[in-house]
Write a protein that binds this ligand. Structure first.
Ligand code: 5GP
Length: 175
């Protein structure tokens, strides 16, 4: 509980970013504190060590900052999910609804093998749209996804219920 309080205090809250009325939870302030950053990775690694995870997927861009160190510590590969046009090999794409308009994410087709047990990591869970699209990409490649982990959950936005309905267990360090 003390560790979680320490993590919570390392996250700055920025009012009216990126738009008026939004309270932005800024994880870059956590990255600037090496004790907080290391602790966030350790807690995720502890939870998912020896659970049979064979790949970690992180979503651009802040998902890379947490997903890659967790993959290294678990001794498994890291796979980036990126905005369109960034990945050089053959990709699959998945579009999803935003409050205004749509967004698209891509994954390398050969980065996930059928039967891979994939852990998805992102910095923050809000409505769950980003991770729902990420999970669809992994499943289209035959990957098995049962778990997604976050540094922060914003529970009032309903992301956990949305992902639970897709068969995903959500875990977050701070909410
Ligand atoms: P969702 O798709 O769950 O609605 O939104 C989550 C995505 O938006 C994540 O990839 C996350 O990085 C970004 N995001 C939304 N709100 C915030 C916020 O307050 N702070 C941070 N760091 N990221 C946010």
């Amino acid at each position: 509980a003390q560790q979680i309080e320490f993590l919570r205090e390392s996250i700055k809250t920025i009012p009216d970013y990126p738009k008026p009325g939004i309270l932005f939870r800024d994880v870059t302030s956590m990255l600037e504190d090496p004790k907080a950053y290391a602790l966030s990775i350790e807690l995720l690694v502890e939870r998912y060590r020896n659970t049979g995870v064979t790949k970690v997927v992180g979503t651009e861009a802040r998902g890379f900052l947490f997903g890659a160190p967790v993959a290294l510590a678990l001794g498994v590969g890291f796979v980036p999910v990126r905005k369109p046009g960034k990945l050089p090999r053959a990709t699959l794409s998945e579009s999803y609804e935003l409050e205004y308009g749509t967004d698209t994410l891509e994954i390398h087709q050969d980065a996930i093998q059928p039967g891979d047990n994939v852990l998805v990591i992102d910095d923050l869970l809000a409505t769950g749209g980003t991770i729902e699209a990420t999970v669809k990409l992994i499943r289209r490649l035959g990957g098995v996804v049962t778990d997604a982990a976050f540094i922060i959950d914003l529970p009032e936005l309903g992301g956990e219920a949305r992902l639970t309905a897709q068969g995903i267990n959500c875990y977050s360090l701070v909410d």
